[in-house]
Design a protein. Structure first.
Length: 66
């Protein structure tokens, strides 16, 4: 599904970081550490970090059933 727009715990906007986080953390060239990517993006709270780290993109899996 889509990444949540706000953190479930504190309400901080985290959806704006998803595209850059995904591109940098899953790139095959640099293989940056996800923790370092979140530090660079300025995501400091652990509740917000878990929103991005634990998100599983299921749009392609669910789309045929709609």
């Amino acid at each position: 599904m889509m990444v949540p727009v706000r953190c479930f715990s504190c309400g901080t906007v985290v959806g704006e970081y998803w595209e850059e986080y995904k591109a940098r953390a899953e790139s095959h060239e640099g293989d940056e550490d996800p923790g370092e990517v979140l530090d660079d993006l300025g995501v400091d709270r652990y509740c917000c970090r878990r929103m991005l780290v634990s998100h599983e993109d299921l749009v392609d899996t669910v789309a045929p059933y709609q």
